[in-house]
Design a protein around this ligand. Structure first.
Ligand code: GDP
Length: 208
């Protein structure tokens, strides 16, 4: 029997917050970034992955959430929490800086290995979701599409919702990971897909 190699998250620590490239961490560890509409469940998803209730602060906590936050995992790679987009309540000038701040990171960060793009299983992808997905494809940045809050949708609706999201974004339905931070559905699959983005020598905690 072939056993799949699992990515075990043994440690996770907050490193720094940044707006501009000169504030990014200087070490050159590989990075996987997380993006999604504000309130989509991004903090809950990252906290679920690392099995810590409050490593990443939720969007209801002002401050850190409008910055790019870097977390070191297993001392060997970084999770990068990008600020949520499309939040109507942020002041106009902040909304104007979201695009350039994140675009600069995504376009210039050489150690970026891929993006986890988080969307809501309950609703069709928004124009902002579509914009980010097509931009990532255009830039050839590997991206894992997530449909989260699955526990809020009855199982019989999962299939149709995934079909709709796939049609809108041009994604094969089986490429989506259906996720729930509440039940941890999809956690192992997401860890496997993240593992595939990382170079082999950056996961000392993986086992065969
Ligand atoms: P963020 O702004 O994208 O970081 O969103 P949060 O992680 O703060 O989540 C927004 C709200 O959705 C919070 O009230 C979370 O408790 C809730 N939430 C997030 N993920 C899930 C999930 O998978 N299932 C359920 N039922 N609620 C969730």
């Amino acid at each position: 029997m072939i056993r799949e190699r699992v990515l075990v998250i043994a440690s996770a620590e907050f490193i720094t917050s940044a707006v501009r490239p000169e504030q990014y961490p200087r070490d050159e560890l590989p990075e996987v970034a997380f993006a999604g509409r504000s309130n989509v469940g991004k903090s809950a998803l990252i906290n679920c992955l690392v099995q810590r209730r409050k490593l990443v602060r939720t969007s209801r906590t002002p401050g850190r959430t409008q910055l790019i936050n870097f977390f070191k995992i297993n001392d060997s790679f970084l999770f990068v929490d990008l600020p949520g987009y499309g939040y109507a309540k942020v002041p106009k000038d902040l909304r104007a800086t979201w695009g350039p701040m994140v675009e600069t990171y995504l376009a210039s960060r050489e150690n970026l290995r891929g993006i986890v793009q988080i969307m809501d299983l309950r609703h069709p992808p928004t124009p902002d979701d579509m914009g980010l997905w097509s931009w990532l494809k255009e830039k050839k940045i590997p991206a894992i599409p997530i449909l989260t809050k699955a526990d809020k949708v009855s199982r019989s609706k999962w299939g149709p919702q995934v079909q709709t999201a796939g049609r809108i974004l041009g994604i094969t339905p089986s490429d989506f990971i259906i996720f729930s931070a509440q039940t941890q559905h999809g956690r192992n699959e997401l860890l496997l897909r993240i593992r595939e983005l990382l170079p082999d020598n950056s996961q000392p905690m993986s086992t065969t």
